[in-house]
Write a protein that binds this ligand. Structure first.
Ligand code: URA
Length: 237
């Protein structure tokens, strides 16, 4: 059982905040009963209608791994009509991204219409590791490297990377390329982390998501996950 607003958001229909508004406005029905109570719990089997749209259609589950290119929005639609990650996937299913990558961040992004799996992967207790390759301004010193390894407080919560490795320092261009492993899912977390260290991110790419990599894909290309991979993702619970 999950909170109603979370199940609505996980369906990709709208954000959690927007879902809360719909609930308050009496525009949400669960199994044909109006629900206005915010904490209500539902299961992924319940029939849910939001603003006249049944968001729990029983369509086949689909799972994609996309190599997100730059200048692409990680959402289902964009009010400024910019390219979205959905434009890159040839399907009619109502899939949506699992978490987000920033407009200019490239790399591995999962998309699915399986709210149950999304919930497992994005739940803070499940600690799914993502490894990012970040190019940052300035040369990261050994002291700063140690600070980063030990963890840095970002907006009152400590972030301890699961993995940190300097790949290259370039004194001429005054930049450093490093790999950073993160389990949490706060928006812009790598940029905020490196900003705290006074090394703003210039370029960011997500290289891995749990055991998944970008192998065999070029920017803009996607592939379906195998059943074995989907099962392995479920097993992260
Ligand atoms: N952290 C960021 O700062 N941006 C992303 O796109 C992903 C993680």
């Amino acid at each position: 059982m999950e909170r109603l607003q979370k199940v609505i958001a996980n369906s990709g229909f709208c954000s959690r905040r927007k879902a809360e508004e719909y609930i308050k406005q009496g525009k949400v029905y669960v199994n044909n009963q109006k629900v206005t109570e915010m904490g209500s719990k539902v299961s992924y089997e319940d029939e849910i209608e939001v603003d006249g749209v049944n968001i729990t259609s029983k369509e086949e589950k689909e799972y994609y791994l996309l190599y997100k290119p730059e200048k692409t929005i990680s959402s289902v639609k964009d009010e400024k009509n910019r390219q979205t990650v959905l434009d890159l996937i040839p399907t009619k299913a109502r899939i949506y991204p699992v978490g987000r990558l920033d407009y200019n961040t490239t790399g591995l992004l999962l998309l699915t219409n399986d709210g149950n799996l999304t919930n497992i992967l994005t739940h803070p207790s499940h600690q799914v590791e993502k490894i990012y390759l970040a190019k940052v301004e300035g040369v990261v010193t050994p002291e700063e490297f140690m600070r980063l390894k030990k963890g840095i407080t970002v907006e009152n919560r400590k972030v301890i990377p699961t993995y940190v490795k300097i790949k290259k320092t370039n004194k001429e261009s005054n930049t450093t390329s490093l790999l950073i492993g993160i389990v949490e899912g706060r928006n812009h977390i790598v940029k905020k982390l490196m900003q705290q260290l006074n090394h703003p991110v210039i370029k960011l790419k997500r290289e891995t998501y749990a055991f998944l990599t970008l192998e065999g894909l070029r920017p803009g290309q996607a592939r379906k996950l195998s059943i074995k991979e989907v099962k392995k993702l479920y097993a992260l619970k």
